[in-house]
Design a protein around this ligand. Structure first.
Ligand SMILES: [Zn+2]
Length: 233
């Protein structure tokens, strides 16, 4: 006998602990919708194989971000462990999340206030990083830096000089410039010479990019709004 059943929304409103990609840690998450799938294969009353799959849409109770969660357990995947009362066994539960917070870097604060052209390159580059497309993430970072240099009227014959110009203008720190210099060659090389940077290097570069964009586009607007209101000088 083989039987597959589906139960809808039996776990709705239940609160679980799960990692949130936006908060960057485990938070309380409410189940908004769920499907419980059960599969059983029996022969004359003996279980041959059984599995449980849960498909859930969950929402972080802190930042309200919504993700998809799938869990899987089956009768062939069990762990045995010793307790003072003897051996116990338990099904192994695997959990998949989409988007996966384990390798997702969240977008920078107030990304929607960036110029639209920069926001687009930023989001695409971040997507490349989060999908581990590291060569393209590196090319994207370079494109962001080029665009900011252009916007800021950075002077220089090449990108190296322009990055250094921005240090002089105070929008980039010397350390930040150093990290961008190390990624600068990426876009110069022809496609077959390109090498992927490590995820850690790209994460660091994105830290610099976030600070750069915040310093160039977001904070000056905030300062204008909050310190130099109309009628004040
Ligand atoms: Zn959250």
């Amino acid at each position: 006998m083989k039987e597959r059943t589906f139960k809808k929304d039996s776990e709705i409103e239940k609160v679980i602990q799960e990692k949130c990609p936006r908060c960057g840690r485990e938070t309380r998450q409410k189940i908004l919708a769920s499907i419980e799938e059960k599969y059983i294969e029996e022969d004359g009353g003996y279980l041959i194989y059984g599995c449980d799959n849960d498909y859930q849409i969950i929402q972080c109770q802190g930042c309200e971000n919504i993700i998809f969660r799938r869990t899987h357990e089956n009768s062939e995947d069990m762990v045995h462990y010793e307790t003072p009362w003897g051996f116990e066994e338990e099904y192994v539960k695997t959990v998949d999340l989409y988007p996966d917070p384990r390798n997702s870097r969240p977008v920078m604060r107030r990304v929607g206030d960036l110029p639209i052209s920069i926001e687009r390159v930023y989001r695409e580059s971040l997507k490349c990083l989060n999908y581990d497309a590291r060569i393209l993430a590196g090319v994207g970072i370079r494109a962001i830096v080029e665009t900011v240099c252009q916007d800021q009227g950075a002077e220089g014959k090449n990108l190296k000089e322009k990055i250094d110009f921005m240090v002089g203008q105070g929008v980039l720190t010397q350390d930040g410039a150093g990290i961008l210099h190390s990624l600068r060659n990426m876009g110069n090389a022809s496609v077959h010479e390109m090498q992927a940077h490590s995820k850690a290097q790209l994460m660091l570069a994105f830290d610099v990019i976030d600070h750069l964009l915040l310093g160039v586009y977001i904070l000056p607007e905030d300062v204008k709004l909050n310190f130099f209101k109309k009628g004040q000088s």
